[in-house]
Design a protein around this ligand. Structure first.
Ligand code: B12
Ligand code: SF4
Ligand code: SF4
Length: 256
């Protein structure tokens, strides 16, 4: 993940010269549907339409409305498309706090929120930053099968199943990851599933976020037969396109 070293991550002015305000938004991606208990597991962020597109389109609509209210305003929508520390900005904006698993948690929605930001040259009154509410809980640290949360708030990507199944491009996964990752083949939701703040999380009826049915019943023997073209068709407009067909096959084979 060498792209993380981009120095602009620490200098928001380089993303939008003259920026005066940052609006943080969260898209609730917790849906009612559940994965079949015998299926391979795909993380929830990838179940519906690519969140980059969904949030970006909605932020752009907001930006265009802003232009009608403040002629001359400049704005920029950021959804992973720009080097911005999403969680830190969202915490500062009061959307939620960064939990010990390092994801942002909202009091009302839990951590099933995908984040986006609208940078603007207009000055808006600021909200209060969110207060951390993890307290003495450590459920996520205990549940992580690879001990990737090496201390509260710090995830070591080299041990994280999400990193290896999504970002690692090597032909084989490290043996210790392969041994611990089942049934996860695309991302990992374990540290979020055990979080008490997600127990009452509301579900979304948003049509853009409803799952592709095949993702809820993904079977190894079938998926290993799919050609690159099959994967391409199944993953149209999905955030899971970041995982190339070879990586999918490698991840599934790694389960043994
Ligand atoms: C790189 C990346 C990854 C990497 C590294 C994850 C990581 N923890 O950084 C990998 C591939 C592992 C990954 C995995 C996932 N990711 Co990711 N990822 C990113 C990305 C692109 C950058 C994150 C980043 O800057 N990391 C760099 C380091 C500095 O950040 P950090 O470790 O989180 O450290 C912060 C906190 O831990 C805190 N901190 C650190 N030490 C301490 C100490 C104390 C005392 C305190 C209070 C705080 C604190 O401050 C740091 C700065 O904010 C962001 C999008 C973006 N542009 O921000 C999405 C993002 C963080 N990912 C997201 C998601 C959904 C996931 C997964 C849940 C996907 C999945 N189901 O598989 C997993 C979760 C794994 C996990 N437990 O974190 C969402 C999180 C939404 C949310 N509610 O927070 C984001 C924001 C994308 C988005 N736009 O919605 N991701
Ligand atoms: S995403 Fe999975 S592997 Fe990564 S820290 Fe959370 S539980 Fe551990
Ligand atoms: S499981 Fe507990 S410690 Fe981990 S993020 Fe949730 S509340 Fe915080």
């Amino acid at each position: 993940m060498a792209w993380m070293a981009d120095p602009r991550r620490q200098r928001i002015e380089e993303l939008l010269p003259g920026v005066r305000s940052v609006l943080a938004v969260g898209l609730n991606y917790h849906v009612k549907a559940e994965r079949s208990p015998t299926a391979l597991a795909v993380a929830r962020y990838g179940w519906g339409r690519d969140y980059h597109r969904v949030i970006d389109q909605r932020l752009r609509r907001l930006g265009r409305w802003l232009e009608t209210q403040h002629p001359g305003v400049r704005w920029r929508a950021c959804v992973d498309s720009a080097p911005l520390l999403d969680k830190a900005w969202a915490e500062d904006a009061g959307l939620g706090w960064i939990g010990k698993h390092s994801n942002l948690i909202s009091r009302d929605h839990g951590s099933w929120l995908l984040l986006g930001h609208l940078l603007m040259t207009v000055e808006l009154p600021a909200d209060q930053p969110a207060q951390p509410l993890c307290g003495s809980c450590s459920a996520c640290l205990e549940a992580c099968p690879t001990a990737a949360i090496v201390e509260p708030f710090v995830v070591d990507s080299r041990r994280c199943i999400a990193f290896h199944t999504i970002e690692n491009r090597d032909p084989e996964l490290p043996r210790e990851i392969a041994a611990a990752m089942a049934p996860w083949v695309a991302g990992c939701d374990i540290c979020q599933e055990v979080c008490p703040w997600n127990r009452q999380a509301p579900t979304s009826e948003d049509p853009d976020l409803q799952p592709r049915p095949w993702l809820l019943d993904l079977q190894a023997h079938e998926a290993l037969q799919w050609s690159d073209q099959d994967w391409d068709e199944r993953l149209r407009a999905s955030a899971l396109r970041r995982i190339k067909p070879d990586q999918w096959r490698r991840n599934i084979r790694s389960l043994g």
